[in-house]
Each structure stands twice: as C-alpha cells, then as structure tokens.
Design a binder for this molecule. Structure first.
Ligand code: KIV
Length: 278
C-alpha cells in the first residue's frame, strides 16, 4: 500500500527524515519505489530532463498525464505526487480542480502547486475540501523563472526569510500537507521548518528541512545540460549509456553480435530443404 499523507506528516513529529525523488517513467519509478523512497514526484522538470525542452513552463497538462500514468504503474509503496504544470492552475478554480482530478485519476495521490498568491490559496482550500491533498512549493519556484530573473537563491536575508515563512503559514492554513522549499540558505529553511507544523521537503535548502528531494536524473548522472551545486550524483548513467552504446556498435560492426545463443535456430532438415531450393 502507498504511504498515506498522515504517515508522511508523522515523520516530522518522529524526527524521521523524509526521502523524495522525482521519476518520469515506469521502470525508474519501480526501482526508486523498491529502494524505499517515501515520496515520488512526477515533477514538471521532466520538461527539461526527459523532453529536452528549455523550461518547466513548456510542458502541457496532457503530457503530464502520460508520464503520471506511466510512473503510477511502477509505484507500490511511495506517496505519488504529480506537479500541476504551467497554466493548469492559473485560470480559474473550476479549471484547476478539473486538472487536479485528472492527475489523481492518472494515479497520483496528491498534486503539487507552486506559489502562494491569494488565488493559489483559494485553490488549495478548494482542492483540500474536495479531498485532493496539495503539496506547496516556495522559495525558487521554476514556473516563475521569468519574474524571478533566473535561478536565484531566495530568502537571502532575514526579512525575505520571514516573508517566505508567512507564505508557508498561509499554505499550511489553506490545507497543504507539506511544502517544498527550493534554493534558499540552510538557516532560512531551518527557520521556516521549525515554525510550521507540516513537513518541509528541501531542494538546495540545507540539511535541516524535514526531508530532501532531488531530480532522479541528477542523482543518476543522466542529464548533463545543467548540474546544480546542491545535487549529489551517485552514478554516471551518461557514461554507462555511452560505453554500452559504443560497445554495441563495435559488436555489430565486427559481427560478434548476435552470437548463436542470441539467434533462433532453423532445424537441420529445413536448412537442407532450403539448400535444395537453389
Ligand atoms: O519539477 C520538479 O522536479 C520539482 C522538484 C525540483 C521539487 O518541482
């Protein structure tokens, strides 16, 4: 059975760190799930790391649904959260609810929404009322990259940290079950984490958040267009893929692939009959 919202929230009370990773396809989701990760996020980062697009704003609702369905088929134990993509929650609350329901129907247990404007707060309240759990996202919010002026660290002084804390409190009051804190000084994230009751999941926000999330392609060393300072890489899938593909080319070119065990045999009498056809 998948982790419940209550279980994730209890981790904060138990001082057990929450583990979270993104996933975008069935098999990666299955292995990450088997490894015991608490939360799997179908992040809109898939726009860049899977589809090769420039920004997270480039992915559509229909595309998010395809990847959420695929990931959902691989997830048995983790809580599955799907990102609400750009323009799926900015129009009106009815439309927001419709899109959130589509993600839940695609297999997500909760949705994630960036920001804390009055409109977002009303949307979170509405989704909570209709039984859709919402994860918030504060600090650097990639969908607002144009107004934030790039990948800038947020909460860089005391007053801006207090501003983010106030946003976090509003999200908590509106009904969010957890909040992602992205790209901020460790002490700012710690200050916020200690003053709200719901878990914070940090990405580039220091060790004192209640949990950590990273983009799976970053920990696996698969996406090489950009390597964030805060992402720890555990393996280089890029090198593994490059080496495997190069070796495959060598094997094909020198005819060592396929070998007998990788081929299907024609019975001897059929071979003779074929020869008689000549
Ligand atoms: O889209 C994403 O991958 C995210 C994480 C970075 C939190 O939102």
């Amino acid at each position: 059975m998948r982790n419940s919202i209550q279980k994730i929230q209890n981790f904060k009370l138990q001082h057990k760190k929450i583990t979270a990773l993104t996933a975008y396809d069935y098999s990666t989701a299955k292995y990450i799930d088997e490894a015991g990760v608490d939360i799997i996020l179908v992040g809109d980062s898939l726009s860049q790391v899977v589809l090769g697009l420039e920004n997270t704003t480039d992915i559509s609702m229909d595309e998010m649904l395809i990847f959420t369905r695929a990931v959902s088929r691989g997830v048995k134990n983790a809580l599955l959260v799907a990102d609400m993509p750009f323009m799926s929650f900015q129009e009106d609350i009815k439309n927001t609810a419709k899109n959130a329901c589509k993600l839940i129907k695609a297999g997500a247990n909760a949705v994630k929404m960036e920001g804390s404007s009055d409109f977002i707060i009303d949307s979170i309240k509405h989704l909570s009322q209709i039984g859709i759990p919402v994860m918030g996202h504060l600090g650097f919010t990639p969908l607002s990259i144009n107004s934030l002026g790039g990948h800038r660290i947020q909460g860089k002084d005391a007053s801006r940290t207090v501003e983010i804390l106030n946003q976090a409190k509003r999200l908590e009051e509106a009904g969010c079950f957890a909040i992602v804190l992205e790209l901020m000084p460790d002490k700012s994230a710690q200050y916020i984490t200690q003053r709200i009751n719901i878990p914070t999941i940090g990405i580039g926000a220091g060790v004192d958040c209640d949990g950590q999330i990273l983009v799976s392609d970053d920990i696996l060393g698969k996406y090489d267009r950009f390597k964030p300072k805060f992402a720890r890489q555990y393996v280089s899938l890029k090198d593994i893929i490059l080496n495997a593909a190069k070796q495959y080319c060598v094997d094909v070119e020198n005819a060592s692939f396929p070998n007998v065990s990788e081929s299907f045999e024609l019975e001897y009498k059929e071979v003779c009959e074929l020869e008689n056809h000549k």
